[in-house]
Design a protein around this ligand. Structure first.
Ligand SMILES: [Zn+2]
Length: 378
């Protein structure tokens, strides 16, 4: 998709609002160079280690149809993934912690992160030193994500180990030889080869990978040819590839390439595979998930925390943070009041709405995690 310059400018999150919001809190604030990121360090009243809280801030190229009175004023740009709630939540956590500075045995790094929607923003911020912003490597990192459906408002959910999938993308080009549709034997038709590859990738998923450590391949785009009686020279497929363990993530490109090459070769054609690594698996530290569960139940009651049976097949660049330090990534229900979590518009929908009740829960959970982890010491 080609975005207009105005849309791109709007999507490049403007950090002015959060800088203004945290200005009164007596934090050490610095802004990023690669992105419009903000890193703020809140110094505790007592010495100790440092922990990190992260809020991502991207909007999406979606024409908003939520009906909310605060609908986006920028055409074609919407906070369809609720990241505005993440920024507000991180500011809220900063306020709660600043009010309790005396109780804080250490420092809190606040990571306001752009570029989560595919641009590896977390990795760029790690390269700029966010994990060491307080002067020592953070001992734990926490983040949460609001969900406009699937979970009732205020419910917090997570799981140890894999919380979210790894997401790669692949572009396959089948190289044939064009010709007349009436005489395919004089050409080398890439279209049936491409069609066979689409189906073979589904067989690969079920035959070559453990059903309990699955792979999802979705060919979302397929393109070849110009009209019915012309055999094109090439066919192109584009797919997203999801996996749920580092071991599987590692071997998927090789196996996928083998299938593509083998089918092309079987028909006397060739193919090229442009495999692009996206975000790795988001993997939670069990002890930090336990901490989150205990804190949420303690603050909001037994029913307020859900031990999720399965990961989500979405992906997150907070995965890069959790590759470096222990921590937990939590889901926070934000289904609007009166709507059924099973049918409410999901994140990224033009109709997605987020319950404002969750705005009270998110900051409290993040602040409690920071306080509790710091109380444990280095
Ligand atoms: Zn999101």
């Amino acid at each position: 998709m080609t975005l207009s310059a105005e849309t791109l400018a709007a999507l490049r999150s403007d950090a002015a609002a959060q800088l203004e919001a945290i200005a009164p809190l007596d934090l050490e604030v610095r802004t990023g160079t690669a992105l419009s990121s903000v890193v703020a360090v809140l110094r505790g009243g007592r010495p100790g280690p440092a922990v990190l809280l992260r809020g991502d801030m991207d909007a999406l190229p979606v024409a908003e149809d939520s009906g909310e009175p605060f609908t986006s004023e920028r055409a074609g740009v919407m906070h369809a993934c609720g990241h505005d709630l993440h920024v507000a939540g991180l500011v809220g956590a900063a306020r709660l912690l600043a009010d309790r500075r005396d109780q804080l045995a250490g420092d809190v790094v606040l990571m306001f992160q752009p570029g989560e929607e595919g641009d590896h923003g977390a990795r760029l911020m790690i390269e700029e030193g966010v994990l060491d912003a307080a002067g020592s490597r953070v001992v734990a990192a926490y983040a949460l994500h609001v969900l406009s459906s699937t979970l009732p408002a205020g419910l917090v959910a997570s799981r140890p180990g894999t919380a979210l999938a790894a997401a790669d993308s692949v572009v396959v080009t089948v190289h044939g030889r064009g010709g007349h549709g009436s005489m395919p034997h004089l050409a080398a038709d890439p279209v049936p080869v491409a069609a066979e590859i689409v189906l073979a990738l589904q067989a690969m998923v079920t035959r070559q990978f453990d059903v309990f450590d699955p792979v999802v391949v979705t060919v979302g785009r397929i393109e070849a040819g110009t009209t019915d009686n012309i055999i094109p020279a090439t066919a192109v497929l584009e797919a997203t590839v999801r996996s749920f363990s580092e071991a599987t993530h590692r071997v998927v490109p090789e196996r996928l390439t083998r299938v593509v090459d083998g089918i092309a070769a079987a028909h006397g054609l060739t193919a090229t595979v442009d495999y692009r690594r996206g975000y790795p698996v988001t993997s939670n530290t069990a002890a930090e998930v336990d901490r989150a569960g205990d804190l949420v139940r303690g603050m909001f009651g037994e029913q307020a925390y859900l031990a999720a049976a399965q990961p989500l097949s979405g992906a997150e660049d907070f995965s890069y943070v959790l590759q470096e330090v222990p921590g937990a990534y939590l889901g926070l229900g934000a289904t609007p009041p009166g709507e059924d979590p099973a049918t409410a518009a999901y994140n990224h929908s033009a109709r997605a709405r987020f319950a404002e009740e969750s705005l009270a829960v998110g900051p409290a959970v993040l602040a409690a995690l920071a306080l509790d982890r710091l109380a444990q010491g280095a």
